[in-house]
Design a protein. Structure first.
Length: 201
C-alpha cells in the first residue's frame, strides 16, 4: 500500500497519515504514538488527497478527489461533525491554509479554463471572495473549453472515466480530429487543471 504523511496534532500524541493499505482508496488514518494503535478517521469510495488541522485544531479539512477534482470537506474536529461549506462547482481546490484566528481560510483553486487563483473564505459566510485573476487579460475565458467527466466501456466491460475537452466548433455536422492524452501510471489520474495546450488544440 501507499503511505503519505499528514502531520502531528499539537500535543504530539497522534500522527496522521493517508494510506490505501488494505483498501482500494486512500483514507485518513490516525496513529496513537503511545499505544501504537491506528484508527481510520475518514474513508470513502474516492481517494483522500490531503488533510490538515486549523491553528487551534478546531477544524479539520479533508480534500477528496472526486472524478479528477478535489472536493473540500470541513469537520468540527472535536465532534467530527461536518460543517456546511459553499461548493466551488467548476474548480479543483489545490490547497488551503487557515488564518491564526481560524476565522479565515485561503484556498488555491484551478480549473480547466483558468490557472490557479487565490480565494478567501470567512467562516459563517455563504460565498468566497476571489483575490487574484491569473488568466492573461488578453484571453477571453469564454473562448476556452470547460472540461467534463465522461465514462466509456472498455472491450472487457470495464468502465473507464476520462476528462473530456470538446472543441467549441465540434458538432455532428462539423466533426474535428480527436486526441487521446494517456496519463502516467496505473493508479494515477488526470485532474481538472488548466492546460493551455488542450485549449490551443
Amino acid at each position: 500500500g501507499q503511505y503519505r504523511t499528514s502531520g502531528f496534532n499539537m500535543e504530539g500524541t497522534h500522527f496522521y497519515y493517508l494510506s490505501d493499505a488494505g483498501r482500494e482508496f486512500m483514507a485518513l488514518v490516525e496513529y496513537e504514538i503511545e499505544s501504537g494503535t491506528s484508527n481510520t478517521i475518514y474513508e470513502s469510495d474516492w481517494d483522500v488527497m490531503y488533510s490538515l488541522l486549523s491553528e487551534q485544531e478546531t477544524f479539520r479539512v479533508i480534500a477528496v478527489n472526486e472524478d479528477g477534482k478535489n472536493k473540500l470537506l470541513i469537520f468540527d474536529n472535536a465532534t467530527n461533525t461536518e460543517i456546511p461549506f459553499p461548493e466551488i462547482s467548476d474548480g479543483d481546490i489545490k490547497s488551503v491554509l487557515f488564518s491564526d484566528s481560524e476565522k479565515l481560510m485561503r484556498l488555491m483553486v484551478g480549473s480547466s479554463r483558468t490557472p490557479e487563483n487565490m480565494y478567501l473564505y470567512e467562516f459563517g459566510e455563504s460565498d468566497y471572495k476571489k483575490l487574484t485573476e491569473t488568466l492573461n487579460p488578453e484571453i477571453n475565458p469564454d473562448d476556452l473549453v470547460s472540461s467534463e467527466v465522461i465514462r466509456y466501456t472498455s472491450f472487457d466491460g470495464l468502465e473507464i472515466p476520462a476528462i473530456y475537452y470538446k472543441p467549441k466548433t465540434a458538432s455532428p455536422d462539423n466533426p474535428v480530429p480527436a486526441l487521446v492524452w494517456v496519463h502516467g501510471v496505473p493508479g494515477d489520474n488526470h485532474v481538472w487543471d488548466f492546460h493551455l495546450l488542450f485549449n490551443i488544440l
